[in-house]
Design a protein around this ligand. Sequence first.
Ligand SMILES: Cc1ncc(COP(=O)(O)O)c(C=O)c1O
Length: 414
Amino acid sequence: MHRVYMDANATTPLLPEVMESMRPYWMEHFGNASSIHQHGQQARTAVDRARETMARFFKCHDAEVVFNSGGTEGDNTAIFGLLHPGDHFVTTSIEHSAILEAAKRLARHGIETTFVAPLPSGLIDPVDIRRAIRPETRLISVMLANNETGVIQPVEEIGRIAGETGIFFHIDGVQGAGKIELDVRRIGCHLLSISAHKMHGPKGIGAMFVRRGTPVEPLLVGGSHERRQRAGTENVAGIVGLAKAAELAAHSLDDGTIDRLAILRDRLEAGILEIPGTGVNGAYPPRTVGAPEPALSLSKGPSHLGTWDTTAPVPRAANTSNIFFDQLEGEALVIALDMKGVSISGGSACHSGATEPSHVLMAMGLDKNRARASLRFSLLKTATEADVDHVLRIVPEAVEHLRALSPVVAGTPG
Ligand SMILES: Cc1ncc(COP(=O)(O)O)c(C=O)c1O
């Protein structure tokens, strides 16, 4: 059976070049990068080169790159490494659980968190971030692109607010990296976390930009690795693979691959929206299919304190589309599509066996039924026209079949 994978926001496969770059570091160049002999020095050189590549990717200095195990560790490091009892933390209600669960733990240590809600479009209004700030606020953390809707947040505007108020600013860049260009100086953040496996690199490896002088305590202590910012023998093969994936991702932004991806995503979206009772979550105002995504920055200049324009177009990551299918249970559609050879995810997360509607979609104001009836299509950058055609052949049929079997009344409060 022809299988199509459209769950890139969950994870992505290695690109062959990434695999090839890593291979020697598991076998012949297996040394410990801390050893002084030649085996060690080969590994050290590879880590140093990878650090230079990541510095170019973030547009920062080499000494501001810290390798870690991925997005969860980066998110946790920012929070637990910067906040102390009595501090206040500002984040959003649409963050990944790596932020939300860490914030829950803070409460036990006398650190209060304000969760800023998004606009119905899925966009965080920087004015709401500013309003949440208190004299004791020490850290703001906002994601670059939402993993469920792909909505790109106005991080430059939030960076300006952080700069003006002297508050540390962390960005969960996991879903934005490789989809939009990063420039940590322009954004004005102190910390930014990324993960290799979301951009065709290996799992269990990531990196963090840490602006020089940011007093973040390491999460892991032990050896003096990573300038004492992250103890543990370096995962040399993983680090090499991350750097290769980042290099290829930067290339894809320049060579038109990501623009092509947006066109494919739009075609998929337009095709699915022909099914009655469907719509896009996180695109406002309703976008003309084929029109370019709005520009990344929604900035209105420094110190903007007025009302944010809630009717302004919302930019999204090129590969993501979150669609509701009224009168359907999203999970049933995920299973039906899986049986027909299409791998996608629901907009809902499964917690201890009970299917809860997505916290992101609920925060955007969807009712429970519509949130449960929503699916996320996230395309790999290697996606083809044939993949989209395949999905467009299967989805309408599956939706019609399921709706006929078990009609769920949508739009009723649940
Ligand atoms: C926005 C976001 N942050 C953090 C993470 C966690 O990253 P990792 O899987 O590398 O721990 C994910 C992964 O799904 C994510 O989508």
